[in-house]
Design a protein around this ligand. Structure first.
Ligand SMILES: NC(=O)c1ccc[n+]([C@@H]2O[C@H](COP(=O)([O-])OP(=O)(O)OC[C@H]3O[C@@H](n4cnc5c(N)ncnc54)[C@H](O)[C@@H]3O)[C@@H](O)[C@H]2O)c1
Length: 316
């Protein structure tokens, strides 16, 4: 039996990962989540509702900032930790940089320390494409320098990768950082553009568009991200590794809105604003390393992913 600890398991990406892990008989899953109110916690409660009576899953409501509480609550010392819990989102991090630092950096430090105490050999960390900042050399490769982040959120993810390197160097903890590229799909966070736009377009309200529509994102469907996480849980080559988990295709904001219009069958009303501080002009993943070392091959093209997302939205 493999004990897996998923922090942030009640959230968007975490709940999809746990759903997939439940399909494996030989794992016990500890979900650790604070159910914090960055967005409506009822969405997180709905994400975990189906697991309540499963002996294979234990749900712990605890805050990573409280290391003693986490240590006491986790009764199955993990063989692998998938650390997804975080204050997420670039723009809100400008409003509360200290809060982001406390959860994303101190929380990660606490969890690495607990990994050392538990003797956990494998630690998978949710990093972000935002660590590349405004690096103009696309597609981005993992060996590009990432010490020029442009938002508090991005800097916390760089810090998490650095902390992980320390623990992989000093202790027998393999640290695998996964740089997610704009993840979308069913249960997507309500603050993210595709969900926010789709909900407003269905209601006939205007969508706020920042900049001239030429910003580009490498949108990744959540089941592809989960494939990459599952592969990283079993990665056993280097003691420290970093992987891009993107879709290897970059889509402009204008194209994204047009594709949503087609999928929803409505025309968007656009409320245009200037570019936002902290936003980056483009994201684009080079997947060579993830393909070779993780066998990561994203399966879901953007238009098909949007259709699946809208089907979920319609069913809510
Ligand atoms: N969604 C994306 O496009 C994207 C892109 C890059 C990186 N990421 C990273 O992936 C991870 C998951 O993102 P998501 O989109 O699923 O976000 P999410 O907000 O849905 O999930 C994060 C979960 O962490 C929990 N959490 C927050 N603070 C906590 C604390 N102090 N203690 C315990 N739990 C806490 C929240 O309650 C939430 O359920 C995050 O680390 C995020 O930074 C996401």
């Amino acid at each position: 039996m493999r004990n897996v600890l998923v922090t942030g398991g009640a959230g968007f990406i975490g709940s999809h990962l746990v759903d997939r892990l439940i399909g494996h008989d030989d794992v016990h899953i500890t979900v650790l989540d604070s159910f914090e109110p960055f967005y409506d916690p009822r969405e997180k409660e709905a994400n975990v509702a189906a697991w309540a009576d499963l002996p294979q899953v234990q749900i712990i409501r605890a805050d990573l900032r409280d290391m003693d509480a986490v240590q006491e609550a986790v009764t199955h010392p993990p063989d692998v930790i998938v650390h997804l819990a975080a204050r997420a989102g670039v723009r809100p991090s400008l409003e509360d940089p200290v809060g982001y630092q406390q959860v994303n950096v101190m929380g990660t430090q606490n969890l690495l320390e607990l990994a050392r105490l538990w003797g956990t050999p494998q630690f998978v960390f949710a990093s972000s494409s935002s660590v590349y900042g405004t690096d103009p050399n696309v597609p981005w490769r993992e060996d590009h320098a990432v010490l020029r982040p442009v938002s508090p959120y991005a800097s916390t993810k760089v810090s998490g990768e650095l902390l992980g390197h320390v623990y992989s160097h000093l202790y027998a903890i393999r640290f695998v950082a996964l740089r997610f590229f704009t993840v979308y799909g069913p249960r997507q966070r309500p603050d993210l553009a595709i969900r926010k736009f789709a909900e407003r377009m269905r209601d006939g309200t205007a969508i706020p568009v920042f900049g001239d529509g030429s910003t580009r994102r490498d949108y990744t469907f959540v089941s592809d991200t989960v494939d990459g996480i599952l592969a990283a849980m079993n990665y056993d080559a280097e003691p420290y590794a970093v992987f891009n988990l993107g879709n290897d295709r970059t889509v402009t904001l204008t194209h994204m809105i047009e594709a949503l219009e087609r999928t929803l069958g409505v025309e968007a009303v656009i409320d245009r604003h200037g570019p936002q501080p902290g936003d980056v002009p483009q994201t684009w993943a080079d997947l060579t390393h993830a393909r070779n070392a993780l066998g990561y091959h994203p399966q879901v093209p953007f238009e098909e992913g949007l259709e699946r997302f809208v089907r979920w939205l319609d069913g809510r």
